[in-house]
Design a protein around this ligand. Structure first.
Ligand code: NAD
Length: 368
């Protein structure tokens, strides 16, 4: 409830899209509804958008005419995953996910990682608390700017270019976002990742902008790593890292590695943020549509629960978001996990258990 006694209401666009996307988004909507009901201080209004590879195959496009204007009316977007075995991946990615992220100026892609209580990292010496990272990925240009082309198609001399774009404007704003994010975390520690030995233009601009921006954040300790060396540091010395900033491609790869080192890709969330708040931001798990487990009821919903909690925080409901994460972690601690984390529970059992934990948390809270 706001100080004026008015119930906050947030309008959420949901879009499960493909594969396990609808399974994990539906599970998250259930948890969010339970949470909002128990908490009683805010209301969530869900509106489902049926945009997917099925829509593409039926109509020739993922997003209908005027669709983005409709989507824009919502406060946030909860997204599943896009990608189908019979649609080329570059068509699905550019047709739906990037077709939302880019026009909505969601330039900051934020990917936290941690080892949940009760789960194991594949790293021998990393336990709960030892790997707690925040990866900030530039989400508007770089290697995914969409610049390039193909000529002489089908000929032996066919040529393709994929041009990475690095503008001072975009590098500066993501660097400021990363320093600011590092500043809000206890360790105030940022690692700037590039490949400025081999890529001597765009990546050198990144290094220069990082050094300039750092002057405005004297309280943040920062260092630089080349992306190849960074993979070794993540594996061999995870405790030495906290906040990490990297390009669209580098951070995309490093964050999958981060998720695997924390136990599974099924636990890692993503926020695609428009920090100006002109457009709705979009929240999704980092995993894809996982064709191999679609419909089997074993998709790990934890990544989408975590991203839904990040969404609540973005919408100003930090207290409820924290309770949601406490409930998720209580469930992993009890060993109720899906097979990717070594457990034998299904999506539904994990979801039921999180709802039960929420009820417990609110019961305890009301007794205090
Ligand atoms: N943001 C997105 O929408 C996004 C991201 C990545 C991949 N994709 C698309 O998804 C499709 C499949 O891609 P992929 O196989 O490279 O990656 P993927 O993330 O879908 O799957 C990789 C592996 O991780 C497992 N996995 C993923 N999520 C899981 C979960 N929640 N619980 C348990 N196991 C899980 C899968 O079963 C699979 O073995 C492709 O079409 C790809 O383009 C979409």
């Amino acid at each position: 409830m706001s100080p004026s006694g008015v119930l906050h209401s947030h309008s959420i666009a949901t879009m499960g899209a493909d594969g396990i996307g609808p399974e994990v988004v539906d599970a998250s909507v259930r948890v969010l509804q339970t949470l909002a009901q128990l908490d009683g201080s805010f209301h969530l209004d869900f509106h489902n958008f049926d945009w997917s590879s099925r829509t593409y195959k039926k109509t020739g496009s993922y997003i209908p005419q005027g669709g983005l204007d409709e989507l824009r009316k919502h406060d946030a977007i909860l997204f599943g995953a896009v990608g189908a075995p019979d649609v080329p991946d570059h068509i699905s990615l550019w047709g739906l996910r990037l077709a939302i992220c880019q026009p909505f100026q969601q330039y900051a892609n934020v990917r936290p990682t941690k080892i949940f209580r009760g789960t194991k990292s594949p790293l021998r010496q990393a336990n709960h608390g030892d790997l707690d990272w925040l990866i900030v990925r530039e989400n508007s240009e770089g290697e995914y700017a969409g610049q390039g082309g193909r000529s002489h198609r089908g000929q032996p001399w066919e040529t393709a270019t994929e041009v990475a774009i690095f503008s001072r404007h975009a590098v500066d704003r993501i660097m400021r976002f990363a320093f600011q994010s590092a500043r809000t975390r206890p360790r105030k520690l940022l690692t700037v990742v590039t490949k400025s030995n081999a890529q001597r233009n765009g990546m050198v601009l990144w290094d220069e902008v990082a050094a300039e921006v750092a002057k405005d954040f004297p309280d943040v300790k920062w260092d630089k790593m080349l992306v190849d060396a960074m993979t070794c540091r993540m594996v061999l010395n995870p405790k030495s890292l906290d906040t990490i900033v990297a390009t669209n491609l580098h951070a995309d790869i490093l964050s999958d590695l981060a998720a695997a080192l924390a136990g599974s890709i099924g636990i890692a969330p993503t926020s695609n943020l428009d920090p100006t708040r002109q457009f709705p931001s979009m929240f999704e798990p980092i995993h894809g549509s996982a064709f191999d487990i679609t419909g089997k009821g074993v998709a790990n919903p934890v990544a989408t629960f975590w991203t839904a909690a990040e969404m609540l925080t973005w919408l100003g409901e930090e207290r409820a978001a924290k309770k949601m994460m406490d409930a998720v972690e209580a469930v992993t601690e009890r060993g109720i996990t899906t097979p990717d984390l070594g457990g034998s529970a299904g999506t539904k059992e994990v979801t039921d258990a999180v709802c039960e934990e929420l009820e417990k948390i609110y019961r305890q809270h009301s007794r205090k």
